[in-house]
Write a protein that binds this ligand. Structure first.
Ligand code: MF3
Ligand code: CO
Ligand code: CO
Length: 258
């Protein structure tokens, strides 16, 4: 049973370090945006991000070697839900791709992802990206001390299912700090009022995976890439969120966004 006292509360010093790490992760997404064009391979995107994180930011890409993950970023294309491994697949027009960046700076993690449309998206491609983005913010906007984890999941699920999309159940957001994945798990579905109440100083990600079709997923034989069972398109956006005394602060807003 998860108890509130098992969840790390960040000190002001730790929060400041997480702001730095979060801003860096977001800045990588800003930097990579101009490279997300037809013809580029996801491995080339990985290399550009890896160099930027290690050389320019003097930071560490958290995914590399994390539980054996072989690359520095995740790239999840079209019907891939999450944890796609960069490779020699070139992007083409109408692809939608999630790029998920996690950096470690000064011992703390910042974790954020966005969707990118390659050229003009299809109607359904654009729509699933927009629904996933709004779903993320439906979850974020209820965050304040006393909000329960069920309230967050409920806000996301209610909205996404109301848009005739589905919410992936097998993967969730997570506490984050010195560890990449800490308590608590942040489910993107649930019942209002259920579960643990969040407190000021908690930091966690919200990262709903939203499918245009049914919610069911399967794992590819590479043991990482998660895809929709019905091959419908899937989209995901992620922010690292600090609970403040009055609400929330997004730690992964980029200089451009904030
Ligand atoms: N960044 C992902 C998340 O949002 C986790 C990726 S784990 C990896 O939690 F090993 F695939 F990198
Ligand atoms: Co995450
Ligand atoms: Co992530």
């Amino acid at each position: 049973m998860l108890r509130a006292r098992d969840i790390p509360i960040k000190s002001p010093d730790e929060v400041e370090k997480m702001r730095v790490a979060g801003r860096m992760a977001a800045e990588v997404l800003d930097m990579i945006t101009e490279y997300v064009k037809p013809g580029v391979t996801t491995d080339e995107l990985n290399t550009i991000c890896h160099e930027h994180i290690t050389v320019k930011q003097d930071a560490t890409p958290a995914p590399l070697n994390y539980r054996g993950f072989p690359k520095s970023i995740c790239t999840s294309l079209n019907h891939q839900v999450c944890h796609g491994i960069p490779g020699d697949r070139a992007l083409k027009k109408k692809d939608i791709v999630n790029i998920d960046i996690t950096v470690i700076k000064d011992g703390f993690h910042g974790d954020t992802s966005r969707m990118f449309c390659v050229g003009e998206p299809t109607v359904i491609g654009r729509r699933v990206c927009e629904v996933a983005h709004t779903a993320l913010f439906k979850g974020i906007e209820v965050v304040k001390p006393g909000t329960t984890l069920g309230d967050i999941g409920h806000a996301i699920q209610q909205y996404a299912e109301g848009e005739r999309c589905s919410v992936v159940r097998e993967y969730c957001g997570h506490g984050i700090g010195k560890q990449f994945h800490e308590e608590p798990q942040i489910l993107h579905y649930g019942k209002a009022g259920e579960g643990l109440a969040v407190q000021a100083g908690m930091v966690f990600t919200i990262e709903p995976m939203i499918n245009a079709g049914k919610r069911h997923v399967k794992l590819l034989p590479d043991d990482w890439t998660v895809v929709t069972k019905d091959r419908s398109l899937s989209a995901q956006w992620e922010h690292t969120v600090l609970v403040t005394e009055t609400g929330y602060e997004l730690l992964t807003l980029s200089p451009a966004e904030s």
